[in-house]
Structure formats: C-alpha cells, structure tokens
Design a protein around this ligand. Sequence first.
Ligand code: ATP
Ligand code: MG
Length: 425
Amino acid sequence: MAQIIQAVRGMNDILPPESFLWQYAERLIRTVIQSYGYQEIRVPVVEKTELFKRSIGEVTDIVEKEMYTFLDRNQETLTLRPELTAGTVRAGIEHGLLYNQIQRLWYMGPCFRHERPQKGRYRQFYQVGAEAFGLEGPDIDAEIISLTASLLEKLGIRQLAKLQINSIGTTDCRKEYRKLLVNYLKAHKSELDEDSVHRMVKNPMRVLDSKNPEMKHIIANAPKLLDHLDEISVKHFEKLQEYLNHAGIQFEVNPCLVRGLDYYTRTVFEWVTDHLGAQGTLCAGGRYDNLVEQLGGKATPALGFAMGMERVILLMQEENAGRIPERLHAYVITDSEGAFVAGLKLANYLRGKIPSIRVTMHCGGGNLKAQFKKADKSGAGYAIIIGEHELKTHSVSLKNLREELPQQTLYQDELAEYLKLKTKK
Ligand code: ATP
Ligand code: MG
C-alpha cells in the first residue's frame, strides 16, 4: 500500500459532526454582526509581505517568528495572512471605501501563523472580526465591545469569559512613557528573558506583552502607561467606561494589557477565559488610529476586533451549547431502474418544495431489506419507498424509522405537505 500523506502539523481538518457546530456558530455570528449593520468584506488569503511588516510591526511575535512567507514564481515575497485587519485596510484604501466616510466591515476566514501547536493554538486557524472606520469617539468603541459581548452571549459562552480593557494612549504620550519603561527594564535587565532584552531595545512596549510566566512579576511592577496618558485619551477612556456601565457590560481595567500588534492606539480590549489552558484570549481588539495613514491612506480613525473560532468552538463544546441535531429527514429507497429514476425526481421535487429538507437517495444497489437497514443506519427520520406498486400508482410509501407507526401511502404532493410539517424546526 502507498504511504499515507498526513495533514500539515497544526492545520486541522474539521470533520462531521463537528462541522455542524461550526456551521451553527458561523450562522449565528453572521446574524449578530449583520444585525449591528456591519457589511462583509472578503480579502485574499495571500498578501504582499510588506503589508504585514508595515502594519503589524517588525518587532512583534507575528512578523519576527510566525509568518508563512514564500517567494512565488515571479520572485515576489508573499505571505499567508496571519490576521485580517491589514488586508481589510489595504482593500479599503485601494477601493476608496475609507475616504471621508464611515465604514463598518466584518470578515471571517482562515489565518496562518507558524506557532507551536497545542490546544487552542494552531498554524491554520479561523478568525471572525469587525472593523469600523471614520469614527474617533468612544461611542464606537462601546458599540464594537457591545457587539463582541452579544456574540459571546448568543454563542452561549459569555459566562466563561471576562472583558478586560485598557488605554495605551497615542504615539505621542507613549514617547515619554517609553523612557520610563526602558529605565525600569534596564534596572531589571538581569531578570529579563532573551526575547525581552531584545524587545527592550527595539520595542519596549512589547515586553509587557510577554507570555513567559517568569516575566509576570516584572511586568506587574512596571510603570503603567495608564498613569501617563494625555488628557484626551483619559477622557476617551473614561467615557468608554461610562458607556459600558450604562450598557450593563461588566469589565475590568487591566493596566498591563498592551496587545501584541504595533498598530493599536488608545482603547485596547480582550475577552479572556481560564477554560482554555494557556490560550487565555478568546477575542481581542482595539483602536488603531494611525494604521490607515501608515498604509498610505488619508489619516482615518479606526478600530476593530478579531475572535478565534477554534477557541469559540472549544468553549461551546464545553458548554454543550448549540448542539442541534442535523440528521437526515428522509432516505429514499427503490427497487428497480425505473423506481430509482422516479426517486431522483421525487427527491428534487421535495428539495424544491422544502428548502430546509435533508433527503438522500440510496445508491449502491441491494434488495429492499438491505436498503432499509442502510436507511435506518443513516439516522434519517423516514424512509421513502418506491417499489413496483408505487411506480404504477404514482405514489410513494412512507415509513417512520423512529416510531412504531403503520406505513402510509401518499401522493407526491401529500408527501411534500407531510414532510413540510415534520421538518419545521
Ligand atoms: P495569543 O495571545 O493567544 O497569541 P494574539 O494576541 O496573537 O493571541 P490576535 O493576533 O489578537 O491574537 O488574534 C485574535 C484572536 O485570534 C486571538 O484572541 C485568538 O482567539 C485567535 N488566535 C490567534 N492566534 C491563534 C492561533 N495560533 N490559533 C488559534 N487561534 C488563534
Ligand atoms: Mg499570538
């Protein structure tokens, strides 16, 4: 036998029945996001590497260690997207969606990062997110956060997560703070890990984002940016908290929250959970007022969030949330060439009349008894039988496979009416 080829490490197959749960979650998410008036954008999976370097920042985990970058056949440097904000902003600028206007966009799709695979952390994973452009006040921050709260609520997992918020001010006020932070870090240099020493020089704020548990106490005692914010950032942050309180959205201020990407300004937030081991962040986002300009557009305030679908699904499984049975409604069995052809037509007729129906034809031959067994095993609610008699009388027989009831003979229209009632959710 030929050798088996396995999937790439850290890249998952999503198999049935789990794929039902994905579909269920995706449907819910679409409905919730669109109920806030956001419109979907779909951007390519591959972008020019430069886009991610310039937006996410050179001295970040993603750009330094995690990107899937390759030369294509034209010797152009391309990268599989590690997130979707950069592509969304690129597309927004390229197509004039962001120029002097307000835009609310959302997306869902696969992202790629070369990380060490473990529960909740993969090399291909799915993100869903939203971005709002052209609004600078804390009102839209509150709207976006409230959208994330609704998502978690509807997915049935909000009770497993806590909202943390912080403000990291503007680039200007970070300059002053940076000096303080570097002084502090220098004083503790012997306790810093290798990554942090490197970051202390190139991008000291990144040290605060370290995942190394041994760095925790150093981070906790570091000077807080929150104490050095400019006045407008302070007001912005206070107003956001006021709005969240009015909306009944509980939160805690975490002065150590900085986020791992360079483009953030002012508001940053995360929904964190202690149900996923080391992978504590379920959903993360913030304001990035400089990014559009940084990518060549006109200066445009913006903010957004992204949520990891695998982590959502893991939590939903833990809560047993949204497990709707998606079994077949009907399984058609036939005992001749002619009956099979009639069955094909009938199944299509039913699919046309009842769009939500799931009906499968028996294929692969065998006598009626063997087909009945397959029908039963398929999990279908009903077997639809077309034999010689039914073919002659243009009728079908219907057998309930889950309850002891007598078999009925029905005409095509009657069958459709009957199944319509039975397939109503
Ligand atoms: P983490 O702290 O877990 O590394 P991050 O700060 O790198 O996350 P973001 O870039 O903000 O994450 O991505 C937003 C969300 O996408 C995360 O909160 C998480 O739910 C999800 N995510 C990020 N990286 C992965 C991954 N490798 N596998 C699965 N989900 C991921
Ligand atoms: Mg990460």
